[in-house]
Design a protein around this ligand. Structure first.
Ligand SMILES: [Ca+2]
Ligand SMILES: [Ca+2]
Ligand SMILES: [Ca+2]
Length: 704
């Protein structure tokens, strides 16, 4: 029951915060207008509207109900899921002007709540091409799609498109090509590449292909005037289609991977045609035991029987699926150590997370998806095979810088460098993703859960992120239907939010983020959040201060709070510290110590200063690095116990945490609180302790 404590304590705290800072304008018959006091003076980018339960949000013309009252102030509207709708203004407004608009809407009896939507940081405009009446060229012709699959990344289907240049340019200069793909889920064409900015009449497509399904493409030509001031897009070419195939996915054993002579039948989950790579697939079971010859059986079904097993012997079994394009095995193929493993102190050192006993139990299951809500992702040989489809939820084009209008299916991080200052691109999402699930593949590093899947969901752009984009991203990750966006086929078990904002300092109970987190918890999906890097009270940092998520503080190499990490604050009502739930290594920089990775957290990165360069590795520090370590451990837990409830997962994580360094601040300020049901709960300045993956997985195994 102690797990309740996290929720109860946070709810109490938020209620107190709410009376102090939540701005609520309400009267019995009118919609509530909600904002947070701490946003006063910050630009408002739009409104989030919730309708009365009996009202359909769209009218017969497809327009959002009641929004016409806002006149020309609105540029775009979008579904956030869970009955919430985003209405964006043409330009950010002051809190006062936005409230005036909200008051206009408030008179509409169909509307229940209106929430003012903010941007994390100040927006700045980016130049974008201007459309003119330049006459478009003729359409490209002769489009062909050919299989470009390569044995070097056997699970990834690839298609090479080729076509011929337009025959008439009609006064423009050829600038590049636009490539679109048919999306069978929404029955619409989606632009994959707005402008190739190249005269090359070919393109390679990989990310948006679904194995065992037919993909359709069409191409248009983009021309510009000689000054480059105006552009035009031609009609599309004829359609080319192709059914893509790849090597099979790893089969999932139904047993623990160990058998004896008493149970010689080995079975695994029947694979879908997607998992079979779209091709005829056969399976080979290999059973090995120390000092014995290995035994095998093969089948095209999903079980086979081994003969010749010795009594009193445990055999480790691996099932390998093979089709014409390659093989994948059920367990880690090898125990080889990745070359940078020795730099990953956070996995194995005294105050690391004790990963090796956990990996003896599981390195993760590919069906467990960790959604990383961040700046997007870049291609990386240590990540690519574990990345499944994500989405880009950044509505604002100036914030997105991806030249893919509005929300789109490509979460590639184009770089978040600032055009005004000297700030380089962070590639933050790529670093976070590698901590969770970099492959155990003999190159680079190994992620905490090297066999789970990452779904990159892009919510942070050039200028930061809006609360409504973050809420929409969470809702999509947990499988909530959102109009205009295909339903997520890779519903997350764990969501990582390595986000901390000084601008957002509260998370009210009706805020879009809190509504999304509540829905996640109901579905037993765990949300982990970074506590923030401001060396202050973690309850002042959004979204860590929402309720029902697990807030992760950062520790350094020596097992104490990292100098920058936000921390718990004293709560006199309970005589204990609350705010940070638990800690994980986030690294700290020690000038005089010769530590692995300089005492930081090494992970995947890109070396581009501004735009995408080459894949690389780098050491970084922050609660942004601690949070994905927690996400990885939770993903390992869900890999062997997919039906674990969210509360049970937290309870295991908390009760198996390892102690902080003796005599450290984190250790000194621990206190035991007795709950109303008599159970005890120990927590403190840095939460319950440092996450211990080995202890958590062993505790899980001992459950039924
Ligand atoms: Ca976009
Ligand atoms: Ca995009
Ligand atoms: Ca690796």
């Amino acid at each position: 029951m102690a797990a309740l404590w996290r929720a109860v304590a946070l709810v109490v705290i938020l209620a107190v915060t709410a009376t102090g800072s939540l701005l609520v304008l309400a009267s019995p018959s009118r919609a509530e207008i909600l904002s947070e006091q701490s946003y006063l003076g910050k630009p408002v980018v739009g409104l989030v509207i919730e309708y009365q339960d009996y009202v359909s949000a769209k009218d017969i013309y497809g327009n959002l109900v009641g929004v016409e009252a806002l006149g020309s102030a609105v540029s775009t509207t979008a579904d956030l899921g869970l009955g919430m709708w985003s209405v964006r203004f043409n330009k950010p407004l002051s809190e006062e002007s936005a409230t005036d608009l909200a008051i206009r809407l408030r008179k509409d009896p169909r509307i229940k709540k209106i929430y003012l939507d903010h941007l994390l940081t100040k927006p700045s405009a980016l130049p974008s091409p201007i459309l003119s009446n330049l006459k478009p060229s003729s359409a490209p012709s002769g489009l062909k799609a050919a299989d470009a699959w390569s044995a070097s990344s056997p699970l990834s289907p690839k298609v090479r498109l080729t076509w011929s240049a337009p025959s008439r340019l009609n006064g423009g200069l050829l600038w590049g090509y636009r490539v679109s793909q048919y999306d069978s889920a929404t029955k619409t064409w989606k632009v994959l590449l707005t402008n190739s900015k190249s005269k090359t009449t070919a393109a390679t497509i990989s990310k948006t292909l679904t194995v065992a399904e037919t993909s359709k493409f069409k191409v248009a030509a983009v021309t510009k005037t000689s000054s480059g001031k105006f552009m035009a897009v031609s009609a599309y070419s004829s359609i080319a289609s192709i059914k893509v195939t790849a090597a099979p996915r790893a089969p999932m054993l139904q047993s623990s991977g160990q058998i004896t002579s008493a149970n010689p039948i080995v079975s695994w989950l029947s694979q879908t045609s997607f998992q079979k790579g779209g091709l005829t697939t056969s399976y080979l079971v290999t059973a090995t035991a120390t000092g014995r010859p290995s035994l095998t059986c093969s089948t095209s079904s999903n079980s086979c029987s081994l003969s010749g097993l010795q009594a009193q012997t445990k055999y480790t079994v691996v099932v390998t699926a093979t089709n014409a394009k390659g093989s994948s095995s059920s367990n880690p193929v090898s125990e080889t150590v990745d070359p940078l493993y020795s730099e990953q102190w956070y996995l194995t050192s005294e105050y690391g997370i004790n990963i090796e006993p956990a990996w003896k139990i599981t390195k993760g299951n590919p069906s467990v998806v960790v959604a990383v809500l961040d700046t997007g992702i870049t291609a990386h040989p240590d990540l690519d095979e574990n990345v499944v489809a994500g989405y880009d939820f950044i509505l604002s084009e100036s914030n997105s810088r991806d030249f893919q209008p509005g929300r789109d299916a490509d979460p590639t991080d184009p770089g978040d460098y600032s055009t005004s200052g000297s700030e380089a691109s962070s590639w933050h999402g790529t670093h976070v993703a590698g901590i969770v699930a970099a492959s155990g593949n003999s190159i680079g590093i190994t992620g905490v859960a090297p066999l789970v899947s990452i779904s990159p969901i892009r919510v942070l752009g050039v200028n930061g992120g809006t609360e409504s984009d973050i809420a929409a991203g969470i809702n999509w990750a947990i499988g909530v239907p959102i109009s205009g966006v295909p339903l997520n086929r890779n519903v997350a078990k764990v969501i990582n939010l390595s986000i901390g904002s000084e601008v957002f300092s509260t998370c009210g109970k009706s805020s879009p983020t809190q509504v999304a987190i509540d829905a996640s918890k109901q579905r037993n999906i765990t949300i982990v959040t970074s506590a923030g890097n401001d060396d202050k009270n973690a309850r002042e940092s959004y979204p860590g201060n929402c309720s029902g998520n697990i807030t992760i503080g950062a520790t350094g190499y020596f097992g104490d709070r990292a100098s920058y990490s936000n921390h718990s604050a004293w709560d006199p009502r309970y005589e204990a510290y609350f705010g940070v739930d638990i800690s994980a290594p986030g690294g700290d920089l020690y000038e005089d110590e010769d530590l692995p990775a300089g005492g930081g957290i090494i992970s995947t990165l890109n070396d581009g200063e501004r735009t995408i360069g080459d894949p690389t590795y780098a050491s970084e520090v922050g609660t942004s690095m601690a949070s994905p370590i927690a996400a990885g451990v939770l993903a390992l837990m869900y890999s062997i116990r997919p039906n674990l409830t969210e509360d049970e997962a937290w309870e295991i994580l908390r009760t198996t945490a390892k102690p902080f360094a003796p005599g450290s601040t984190c250790d000194d300020l621990l206190a035991t609180v007795i709950l109303t049901d008599g159970s005890e709960y120990e927590t403190g300045y840095c939460g319950a302790g440092i996450i211990d993956a080995g202890a958590a997985l062993e505790a899980l195994l001992s459950l039924n």
